[in-house]
Design a protein around this ligand. Structure first.
Ligand code: FBP
Length: 281
């Protein structure tokens, strides 16, 4: 087993456990995260599970989480950045949530160009995990069931786009963005549930665009570079799709701090180009 295998393995094992016990933590409150957002018990619980497992690996030198103010030093090795429970506000209504992990071969802050692997777990009607790695040409998907990880397939984004999921209220988005959103929503089926991993899974299966733009409430966008945008861009680009913050690939965004945010668009190349054209005109 090489070093990346051991990270993938640790995430698979922890995700199994999270999947089985999520309900126990779904409706408990906690504090606020470093970005000032409400945490629920499940955010804090999942963070501590992933921390215990990942920080004990020899190849992990730093652990950073959306739920923690600072990077935790664990020795020498990769910096792991994680959103332990993405879309956790979906739990109370029993809708899908996920986990996102980026493995950086650099100290943080770092851009997505330093990523050597990324993973996305989707806790849906069944639990799957997609893995993109520098040492592999394919994005491998696993089915996590009964304590075992079964190869479930590889993915490439379909050429034809069918779905679109864009966050934010019309009243809080820019005029140029709303014009584009209207055009896209005229041609494509709406798919927005409020958990990035689940919404992106629709795009990866059916082709299309997921986006969280700048809004009046989130002038820099809502999603965080290290924990969400860059790892997911790494995965989508490895699967033949594209990403942008409006002007450049999300992998080129240089985060100004550990919890820096960015407008985030992921999906078919052609739609990514349309976003860039609409937002720079
Ligand atoms: P966290 O739950 O990890 O903070 O993630 C942020 C997130 O829930 C995304 O998964 C999702 O795309 C977005 O916020 C939903 O935001 P909104 O409720 O504004 O649509």
């Amino acid at each position: 087993m090489n070093e990346l295998d051991s990270v993938v393995n640790a995430v698979q094992q922890t995700a199994h456990y999270v999947n089985m016990h999520l309900a126990d933590h779904a409706r408990t409150g906690a504090g606020t995260n470093p970005s000032g957002e409400d945490q629920i018990g499940a955010d804090v619980w999942a963070d501590s599970l992933f921390f215990d497992k990942l920080s004990s690996l020899d190849c992990v030198g730093a652990y950073a989480s959306e739920e923690r103010e600072d990077v935790v030093d664990c020795g020498d090795g990769y910096s792991v950045a994680i959103d332990p429970l993405d879309g956790s506000s979906n739990l109370a209504s029993n809708n899908s949530v996920g986990t996102i992990i980026g493995v950086y071969d650099a100290d943080l802050p770092a851009s997505g160009r330093e990523l050597v692997a990324s993973m996305m777990v989707l806790y849906g009607p069944y639990t799957t995990m997609a893995v993109a790695r520098d040492d592999s040409d394919t994005v491998q998907e696993f089915l996590l069931r009964d304590g075992f990880s079964e190869r479930w397939g590889t993915f490439r984004i379909p050429e034809e786009a069918m779905v679109v999921g864009l966050a934010g209220k019309d009243s809080e988005r820019s005029e140029e963005f709303n014009t584009l959103a209207k055009e896209l929503e005229h041609d494509l089926k709406l798919r927005y549930g409020g958990a990035t991993v689940a919404d992106l899974a629709q795009v990866l299966e059916y082709g299309g665009l997921f986006g969280y733009p700048k809004t009046a409430v989130y002038p820099e966008g809502k999603l965080r570079v290290h924990f969400e945008a860059a790892p997911l861009a790494y995965l989508v680009e490895a699967g033949g799709g594209g990403s942008t913050d409006g002007t450049q690939s999300l992998l080129d965004v240089e985060p100004t701090g550990l919890h820096a945010r960015t407008p985030t668009f992921l999906g078919n190349e052609e739609l990514i180009e349309r976003v860039e054209t609409a937002l720079t005109e």
